[in-house]
Design a protein around this ligand. Structure first.
Ligand code: SF4
Ligand code: ZN
Length: 301
């Protein structure tokens, strides 16, 4: 058995990429420190910011909510009820969020697709083959809407390092310059959109699961039933294989990408398209009618 670097207690937790053994008591504090470092490195947050964290009931978003609270930020949660019936997914995840908010004594907001005239992702999936793309647009829309309405100036999401590296890899394979230009852990506010940050961008999926476990976070273990996108799953598997042979390589890859963008100042620019107001709901959009109003039209047709 290895010994914890901080207290010397025997432990089975070993972070190969950092060559670091930590016991379950010292591990959470170490993760919180890593997140704090990322926040400072990218100038993500100030203590007087009002922060809205998007929570799904999964390990990453609940961990992020807890970490931000522990680090002393003024944070509330936002849960979007997608109305997914498979395995009772939406009901169970909502329950986890409500219970967790009580546990950490933090306020939260709930938006329900049904109440918003969008029915459910189950219904939307019948019309939109790219369900996740429609769902992503809906989530971004309501995160922004609630932040404007309730006076939050920053939105935080729980994307972990594995998500971010997989996205980067996909954007590189496709050589999608517009996405590559925009991929960064901080997106500044502007044109009616709130500032967005990803403080878990250097926390791997395994590390995040271990954090949830060691701090007793009760999260929904099931994945969203629509998350089985074949290409990104195969990218993830292959990237994981690479990481197991070369511990730390994914962190290195992502860090170098961000550093090179920071040096060139490339991340600061948002989209160059002209921003307009949606003719139906008034939300900021690059189109005449925003994506969410379009989805509403299509499902209520
Ligand atoms: Fe929405 Fe797709 Fe994520 Fe499910 S996996 S919550 S459908 S974006
Ligand atoms: Zn609209």
């Amino acid at each position: 058995m290895r010994k914890c670097k901080f207290c010397g207690k025997e432990t089975g937790i070993f972070l190969r990429e950092h060559r670091l053994a930590l016991c379950e008591d010292c591990y959470p504090g170490w993760i919180e420190k890593q997140v704090d470092r990322t926040i400072k490195k990218f100038n993500m947050l100030n203590k007087d910011d009002r922060l809205l964290v998007a929570v799904s009931g999964g390990k990453d978003s609940l961990s992020l909510w807890q970490i931000l609270k522990k680090l002393g930020y003024n944070v509330s949660g936002l849960y979007i009820d997608l109305g997914i019936k498979h395995n009772n997914y939406s009901e169970l995840s909502k329950e986890k969020v409500i219970n967790f908010s009580k546990k950490i004594d933090s306020s939260f907001y709930i938006i329900s697709l049904k109440d918003e005239g969008l029915d459910s992702i189950d219904r939307i999936s019948k019309i939109y083959r790219k369900t996740c793309s429609a769902c992503g647009a809906i989530k971004r829309y309501y995160m922004n809407k609630i932040s404007v309405k309730e006076g939050f100036n920053v939105i935080a999401t729980g994307h972990n390092m594995d998500d971010e590296v997989t996205t980067l890899f996909g954007n590189l394979i496709q050589w999608d310059e517009s996405y590559l230009d925009r991929q960064f852990p901080v997106m500044p506010s502007g044109d009616g959109f709130a500032k967005k940050v990803k403080p878990l961008v250097f926390i791997s999926e395994k590390q995040s699961a271990m954090y949830a476990l060691t701090t007793g976070i009760d999260y929904i273990m099931d994945e969203c039933p629509y998350s089985k996108h074949a290409t990104s799953i195969s990218y993830k598997e292959n990237l994981n294989m690479l990481e197991s042979k070369h511990p730390g390589i994914l962190r290195f890859f992502l860090n170098n990408f961000f550093n090179s963008k920071s040096k060139k100042g490339l991340q600061i620019e948002g989209s160059k398209l002209e921003i307009k107001e949606c003719k139906i709901c008034g939300a900021p959009t690059y189109l005449d009618i925003c994506k969410v109003c379009k989805i509403k039209e299509n499902i209520n047709r």
